[in-house]
Design a protein around this ligand. Structure first.
Ligand code: 13P
Length: 251
């Protein structure tokens, strides 16, 4: 039985004080709710948000991390820095990092391997563009992102990787993949994980859906067999929208 996992990617939104306020609201409104919950604020918000969720089960993750240990890499943040402030989880390979900052599957793979070597848990994002979907390349794209992204990852580390299927055309556009589209893509991802790591790893893999998830569509998506959770952008920025989505995962 896979435990539902709902995550909020705050992207480049909320100041540290706004983030701390939202985190406190989430702590109080999600008390006793048995769903794995993660929030990923910007780097500068992390200390304030960590302080705000102290004593709760809410996981605080980073949105990105360097593939290097330390050194002359201006503007980068290392695993060691994150771990030092109590962050053990990180989103890697978000489509916005791929599209706007040139992250390739090979680079993402380096980040994955290094973060795993540092004991971190990873939320690995994958997903196709509209053009790729329309030209029938969905499976080819997902296969490449997964195979290259996971190159060299041992089966024993797979329990530390969550997958987030985020079709690029559904992110921030209001266009959600239908529950059937999403479930089919998730089933394909699970099959692929099975071919690489075997049935047990595939059965236990948590695959989140991301792309315009909101309180009104979360229930239908989360009810699908292969959809184990969600990675939410816009609707994670207020407790009013995020909390009902988390609660959908209980049903
Ligand atoms: P939206 O929920 O705003 O579409 O963003 C999804 C996403 O990119 C989460 O990482």
């Amino acid at each position: 039985m896979r435990k539902p996992y709902i995550a909020g990617n705050w992207k480049m939104n909320l100041t540290p004080s706004e983030g701390a306020k939202l985190a406190k609201e989430l702590v109080s409104e999600l008390k006793g709710v048995d769903v794995k919950v993660m929030i990923a604020p910007s780097f500068v918000c992390l200390p304030a948000v960590i302080a705000a969720v102290k004593g709760s089960n809410i996981i605080v993750a980073a949105q990105n991390v360097s593939d290097k240990e330390s050194g002359a890499y201006t503007g980068e943040v290392s695993c060691q820095m994150l771990k030092d402030i109590g962050v053990n989880d990180v989103i890697i390979g978000h489509s916005e990092r791929r599209t706007y900052y040139g992250e390739t599957d090979e680079w993402i793979n380096k980040k994955v391997l290094f973060a795993l070597s540092q004991g971190m848990n990873i939320d690995l994002c994958i997903g196709e563009t509209l053009k790729q979907r329309q030209s029938g390349e969905l499976e080819q794209v997902l296969s490449r992102q997964i195979k290259v992204g996971l190159e060299g990852v041992a089966a024993s580390d797979m329990s530390r990787i969550t997958f987030a299927y985020e079709p690029v055309w559904a992110i921030g556009t209001g266009m959600t993949a239908t529950a059937d589209d999403a479930d089919n893509a998730h089933a394909y991802i699970r099959k692929l994980i099975g071919s690489l790591y075997g049935k047990d790893v595939a059965e236990n893999a948590i695959i989140q859906y991301g792309g315009s998830v909101k309180p009104s569509n979360a229930k239908e998506l989360l009810a699908r067999e292969n959809i184990d959770g969600a990675l939410i952008g816009g609707a994670s920025l207020t407790a009013e929208k995020f909390v009902p989505i988390v609660k959908c995962a209980l049903e």
